[in-house]
Ligand binder design. Structure first.
Ligand code: PLP
Length: 387
């Protein structure tokens, strides 16, 4: 048995918080009626959905009517992109970036095979897009621009307000995948002219299998799921009541504690970063350090395989991640790291550490105690290094 688990993979998923579980329980056990039913037993559940809708709306500065509950971030992204594409004429253009999550990138690529024009904007070595290039690529056919709020692998935060302003100047719709941003940094629809925004419960201590698509009033999109009249005809399917209630509570907790929590988390992340850079020669941070999620650190270790690092960390109970597609049988570095032009010798050795409110100082110390030795051992095995 491992003596401990140090979970530093919170961009993959977070632990469901006890308060969220507590809020959900009555809707699994006692209040299991269908919120669309006419009878009181079912109907009483409806007001809890509406309360959760308000809690989500409060966290992102939206009107509750602009919140559509979905099954996950992937569904939200699919609904936004396909929903706008289907409401537009064939041949329309969608602009996105080369570093989006697959639930945006692969939808755009699919739409590209059905007659839509797709532009993938490149990023620079820090993972940033060029706003002038964005402006120039918006043509008469463009109906939608989709740029993530924050990158899941590097934590790089995009200048969403400036991007939205450029897009709106051209009279085009703007969608942002804010799955990694919501709950970690302020996201406020009153400040930023975003038309559509995706978020996902399991990135902010709610369960997997619940998401939201924010749709600004007046924006027309074709639903992904046609069916009953749920979500005001915008998403058919009986509502996942316990999860909706859980997400509402998670958003309330994020709103109450985000500022103080994220300050503490950023300090721990910075300590981890400093410790790694000081103790591991050939380590480099990937992504724009000045504009980064407080919880994320992506480091490349030159001449070492990220997967080997993860396996050795795992033996010590430390959970981290590479962005690479190794789970799909390929050892290619991730599309994000490749798009940033990280040199080949470093791209393969990239590791993401992502912290949360559950991370402690002892967790960070434990990683710093063991990681330098792991890197040294693996380097000694590398045919490219003579130390
Ligand atoms: N978008 C980003 C940026 C993500 O990090 C993720 C999940 O990793 C998703 C979308 C997909 O969310 P879900 O797992 O809820 O489908």
């Amino acid at each position: 048995m491992r003596s401990r688990v140090v979970y530093l993979d919170n961009n993959a998923t977070t632990r469901v918080s006890p308060e969220v579980i507590q809020a959900m329980e009555p809707f699994l056990r006692d209040m299991w009626g269908n919120p669309s039913s006419i009878h009181t037993f079912g109907g009483q559940v409806r007001r809890h959905i509406e309360r959760a809708r308000e809690q989500v709306a409060e966290l992102i500065g939206a009107d509750p009517e602009e919140i559509i509950f979905t099954s996950c971030g992937t569904e939200s992204n699919n609904t936004a992109l396909k929903g706008i594409a289907l409401a537009s004429s064939p041949g329309s253009r969608i602009i996105t970036t080369a570093v989006e999550h697959p639930s945006v990138l692969n939808v755009c690529r699919y739409l590209g095979t059905t007659g839509f024009q797709v532009t993938e904007l490149p990023v620079d070595g820090q993972g940033r897009i060029d706003l002038d290039q964005l402006r120039e690529s918006i043509d008469e056919q463009t109906v939608l621009v989709s740029v993530m709020w924050a990158n899941n692998e590097t934590g790089v935060i995009f200048p969403v307000r400036e991007i939205a302003e450029v897009v709106k100047e051209k009279g085009v719709l703007f969608h942002t995948d804010a799955v990694q941003a919501v709950g970690k940094i302020p996201v406020d629809m009153r400040d930023v002219p975003v038309d559509l925004l995706s978020l996902s419960g399991h990135k902010l201590h709610a369960p997997k299998g619940i998401g939201v698509l924010y749709v600004r009033k007046g924006v027309k999109l074709v639903p992904l799921l046609h069916g009953g009249h749920q979500e005001k005809n915008r998403r058919g399917g009986t509502e996942n009541v316990p999860y909706i209630v859980g997400l509402g509570r998670a958003c309330e907790l994020a709103r109450e504690h985000m500022e103080e929590e994220q300050t503490r988390i950023a300090a721990l992340r910075d300590r981890l970063e400093k410790g790694i850079l000081e103790s591991c020669p050939g380590a480099r941070v990937n992504g724009d350090r000045a504009h980064r999620l407080p919880n994320t650190l992506n480091v490349s270790f030159e001449y070492v395989e990220g997967e080997s690092i993860l396996l050795l960390l795992d033996q010590l109970g430390i959970c981290a991640s590479t962005g690479s597609a190794c789970s799909s049988g390929s050892l290619e570095p991730s599309h994000v790291i490749q798009a940033m032009g990280v040199p080949f010798t470093a791209a393969h050795g990239s590791v993401r550490f992502s912290l949360s409110r559950d991370t402690t100082e002892e967790d960070i110390d434990y990683v710093l105690e063991h990681l330098p030795g792991i890197i040294r051992r693996l380097r000694q095995l590398s045919p490219f290094v003579k130390e």
